[in-house]
Design a protein around this ligand. Structure first.
Ligand code: SF4
Ligand code: MG
Length: 332
């Protein structure tokens, strides 16, 4: 598998004051293969958006590296960053907030092309705008209208057209369907899949809900409180989830067919996600984990490959860890 994007020990801390950091992303590593859809999943506040933005270079990394075609994105000079901007584009959860309300669709879509001087005359530009509108299922009559004249799904199509304007390799999609009606979500996902095939795009698809990335992703990484806790192929994740957090997320997804009896164990995780300013010692999931052991409070679980391409960070899969149940869970 050709690697499109490599994220290596990435940390993004936001300084809040003297000796106080919000550890939004804390030592995350993964690779995204060329042409695949990599789903990045976790509850809000888990660091998935920050990971996406740091990869894009919108945030400077606190530590670690992001490689695009072997080049460290964060060590690039301005000229290289500008060139990279053509290859990596982002689409956002709320297309209404990300599209300038005072610009026409034509202006919105052609702006990145203006910045990168991608055409030599107005006609060329307009032709490209029309072509992009058609590619995303809109038409040329839409070019002179404003974002408020469109539905949520149409606005996301405009956002996608804008992201495609520079003919990128990689699209980082930050919850692109979360704000849309359920009936529209599938249409946008289908469009993204069609465009991926036509243009050999690589997607990093960020979502808070596993059911949203279930079908579109080739592989999935599950994040919790700034950490990657599990990563494997999509099917393997559904059939053989290893991390207690992944199991809890999966058990929350209803089985779509009402005739199939739901025989899965229901795992309910109690409590709030802890603050990333003061994360729990040892395993960050331990305050909510039904399987927590004594060692979980003391030792941070290693990121290990359990099966081929199946990674997990949990002491349950580490033979060197004593599996005495923690006293905290005895008492409740
Ligand atoms: Fe639960 Fe311990 Fe595994 Fe963390 S390391 S997920 S607390 S069992
Ligand atoms: Mg987010």
């Amino acid at each position: 598998n050709e690697v499109a994007l490599q994220v290596k020990n990435l940390k993004k801390y936001f300084r809040l004051g003297k000796n106080q950091n919000l550890k939004a992303v804390d030592d995350v590593s993964f690779e995204v293969y060329k042409g695949e859809t990599f789903g990045l999943v976790g509850e809000s506040g888990c660091g998935k958006s920050t990971t996406g933005r740091t990869i894009m270079g919108l945030y400077e990394a606190t530590e670690g590296e992001v490689f695009y075609k072997g080049e460290d994105v964060h060590k690039m000079n301005n000229k290289e960053k500008f060139a990279l901007n053509r290859q990596m584009q982002m689409i956002f959860q709320d297309p209404y907030a990300s599209l300038n309300p005072r610009s026409t669709v034509k202006e919105i879509i052609s702006e990145p092309m203006e910045i990168h001087k991608m055409f030599s005359n107005e006609k060329e530009k307009l032709d490209r705008v029309y072509e992009l509108l058609e590619e995303v299922g809109l038409n040329r009559d839409h070019a002179n209208r404003y974002p408020h004249e469109f539905s949520g799904g149409q606005r996301q199509r405009i956002g996608i057209a804008r992201a495609l304007a520079l003919d990128p390799d990689i699209i980082i999609a930050d919850e692109p369907i979360s704000a849309l009606d359920v009936s529209v979500q599938a249409q946008v996902v289908n469009l993204m899949e069609k465009l991926q095939q036509e243009k050999e795009l690589t997607y990093l698809f960020i979502a808070h809900d596993l059911s949203m990335v279930q079908h579109i992703s080739d592989r999935i990484g599950v994040m919790y409180l700034g950490h990657m806790v599990e990563l494997t192929e999509s099917e393997e994740l559904y059939n053989n989830p290893l991390h207690p957090y992944t199991r809890a997320l999966l058990s929350a997804i209803p089985i779509p067919d009402p005739d199939v009896e739901d025989e899965r164990e229901q795992i309910v995780i109690d409590g709030e996600i802890p603050s990333p300013i003061n994360p729990p010692s040892g395993c960050v999931f331990r305050t909510r984990c039904p399987m927590a052991m004594e060692a979980c409070a003391e030792i941070e679980p290693k990121w290990q490959e359990i099966g081929k391409g199946h990674y997990v960070a949990c002491h349950l899969y580490n033979d060197e860890i004593d599996d005495t149940p923690s006293s905290a869970h005895h008492s409740d």
